[in-house]
Design a protein. Sequence first.
Length: 211
Amino acid sequence: MNDTNSIDPPAPTVYVVDDDVSFLRSVSRLLRASGFQVVIHNSPVELLAELGPDSCGCVITDLMMPEMDGMALQQALLDLENPLPVVFLTGQGDIPTSVSAMRNGAEDFLTKHAPKENLIAAVRLALDHNVQHRAEQARLQLLRQRFVSLSARESEVLKEVLQGKLNKQIAAGLGIHERTVKLHRTHITTKLGVHSVAEISRLVQQAGMFQ
């Protein structure tokens, strides 16, 4: 039975940015013919204004544009809460720029004369990476929610446990009974779904908690 109240996740979108309107339309036709959902912009500023935390997909961008160049757009995307992978498609690239773009995480750096198969392959790889990234972010969010479910006292006990302290030492430091420490530790392992201090330490590191 379908849940009529459920909300489907947004469809992956290929956002294409280029100040050359004719080329923009040409690329969008190619991508749509290949089965991609496409949104076009002739300005990086317009694109950034449209993107939100639920946006998913990838960005194809020219390098040289009047308001904001492609490198600045790449950095702006990296600074977002939900960054999208970038494929550069330009007629004015050079080796130092392409190296810099790839070091910053660009999926590919193509010229506008590159075979269309190369562009399609780069887009598919970028979309796959975005799906993987979103899945990992969702996993980490669920993991952090487990830590948020801990009470203030349980969090205090957990910090002491992570320092390798014994129950007796924790009890003395927090001014509580040793049996209470044991009870808190049981609650902690139950809420986190683990059984050992080693497992707790691994989850803490993954979630980036208590840094």
